[in-house]
Ligand binder design. Structure first.
Ligand code: ZN
Length: 510
């Protein structure tokens, strides 16, 4: 018979494990921001020692003893009286078991082999991209695909071998759920992109690549972050090669950006994007730190928060009605003669591009469709790694009307596969779909929201997200959360409607 004392001992153990994990995150953050270039070897040893400790705590005897007081370790079934009928306590145990089960499903020998192969493959991928030579990366990628198939055997599946890979990043999501949604989205987007390209109303946006002082860009970005409610007492913004967000605790959330003096949008929108991630992490429950109830639900929900702020707010007209005059004061010379309407159209220009991370709100998801389809064929079918560059380029031409001339601007552009992150890409599109659905719901509940944003007051939206999404941690699955917040499950209609309304107006489409 287990008791409340057992649950307390279990959560205390988890919190201590999380403190160690936070130290790993801090060392990793430092590696990307301030670490001297000669410290790589020493840092790798520090990280690997701490990771070993954390893995031992997550899967070891102490953990299994503490958890088995409340949960059947084999099936995940709660033992009688373990949650006393309390929904939050039973969700807590469900999620703790989920993590434990996943961590123990993979033999440690396999985890080591995968870790080693990925760290080697990462180096090879960098070389291959620099040399613009997929053949250099192909042998590594073949090994990783084989290891992923081995991993799938350990994890097991019912309908599709791709399901356990999706489940890693978006718990509960299956191919059967998402494939029809993505197929319909693709069918809508391809002709929509063609229509936009054929429109005579093309925004003029060359002024975005004039000279913008880097320091002033950062100061302006921080003004926007402060208006969003990002707390600089509980977070920082620093510079890194690739923008990211990491969190050590809800009171210590780090976001990064990069600045290009000839690209006004790069730093600005990465700040807003990472700021959206940061607000989620700052909005998690401090009392539940270290347990699943103090963690974000999934990558898709996390991405919905960054996309909602970046695209739903940061690329909207009400936002710039307030912020454009401030931007103009910051850069009076370069923006002389630019009006808010012209600026709004310029930052929303749609241009099919080779590179996913540089693409706009409309074409972005086609880059994801392509990757999703290729990953499925690699995992479910018998697509050969050597055939990837040609298939990639053919799909780019079919979906976006552009064909990469080199592997570097085609199949080699993303880091994900070198790290074994198959099943990750779909969460980006999922984030876009959730974001549009959440924002639609927020506007329904707060009809004055656009007027508030136009007055520079972004806090009502931040508070709504804190209340509806952030504070719950992993009490609900992503599907349950969307149902709870919006009264329906994932519905791509809101994203589709948003694109048609916004870009139909900018490009004067019928
Ligand atoms: Zn993101």
């Amino acid at each position: 018979m287990q008791t409340l004392k057992d649950l307390k001992a279990l959560t205390a153990f988890l919190k201590e494990t999380q403190v160690l994990s936070s130290a790993i995150s801090l060392l990793s953050w430092d590696q990307e921001t301030y670490m001297p270039s000669g410290s790589g070897q020493a840092r790798a040893e520090q990280l690997s020692a701490l990771m070993g400790l954390v893995h031992e705590r997550q899967t070891g005897k102490e953990m299994s003893q503490l958890l088995s007081a409340s949960v059947d370790l084999e099936t995940g079934e709660l033992k009688a009286g373990s949650s006393s009928g309390d929904a939050r306590a039973s969700a807590l145990l469900r999620e703790i078991w989920r993590d434990y089960h996943r961590a123990t499903q993979l033999p440690s020998d396999f985890v080591r082999r995968m870790g080693l192969e990925c760290s080697l493959a990462h180096q090879v991928w960098i070389e291959a991209r620099n040399k613009n030579d997929f053949a250099h990366f192909a042998p590594s990628l073949k090994k990783i695909v084989a290891l992923k198939k081995e991993e799938i055997d350990y994890l097991g599946y019912e309908a599709s071998p791709y399901d356990p890979l999706l489940d890693t990043f978006e718990p509960g999501l299956t191919v059967a759920q998402i494939a029809p949604v993505f197929a319909a989205l693709k069918e809508m987007l391809v002709p929509f992109v063609e229509k936009i390209a054929a429109s005579p109303a093309q925004p003029k946006d060359d002024f975005l690549r004039a000279f913008y002082d880097e320091e002033k860009q950062i100061i302006f970005g921080k003004k926007v972050l402060a208006a969003m409610g990002f707390s600089f007492d509980a977070g920082r913004q620093d510079i890194s090669a690739h923008p990211f967000t990491t969190s050590f605790h809800p009171t210590d959330v780090r976001i990064t950006t990069r600045v290009d003096p000839h690209d006004l949008l790069s730093s600005l929108f990465s700040s807003i994007h990472e700021g959206g991630h940061g607000l989620y992490d700052q909005g998690l429950s401090v009392a539940d730190f270290g347990t699943p109830l103090g963690e974000s639900i999934s990558l898709g929900i996390h991405e919905s928060q960054s996309r909602l702020w970046e695209n739903g707010v940061g690329r909207s007209r009400p936002f710039w009605r307030y912020f454009f005059p401030i931007l103009k004061e910051t850069f009076p010379d370069v923006l002389k003669g630019v009006e808010v309407e012209g600026f709004y159209a310029a930052i929303n220009a749609v241009r099919p591009s080779m590179i996913r991370v540089e693409s706009d709100e409309v074409t972005y998801n086609l880059h994801i469709m392509l990757r999703f389809e290729i990953e499925r064929q690699l995992i479910e079918g018998d697509l050969k790694v050597d055939a990837l560059p040609e298939l990639w380029n053919a799909k780019m031409e079919e979906y976006l009307g552009v064909r990469p001339k080199t592997d570097a601007e085609g199949v080699l552009q993303d880091v994900h596969w070198s790290g074994g992150a198959f099943g990750y890409f779909p969460t980006y599109t999922l984030g876009n779909l959730y974001a549009a659905q959440f924002l639609n719901q927020a506007k329904k509940e707060m009809p004055e929201l656009d007027a508030r944003i136009e007055a520079g007051d972004l806090l009502p939206l931040k508070k709504w997200l804190n209340d509806k999404i952030h504070r719950w941690g992993r009490q609900y699955t992503s599907g349950e959360l969307v149902q709870k917040v919006c009264g329906e499950t994932l519905n791509p209609k809101y994203f589709s409607d948003h694109l048609h309304k916004k870009f139909g107006e900018i490009y004067r489409l019928e």
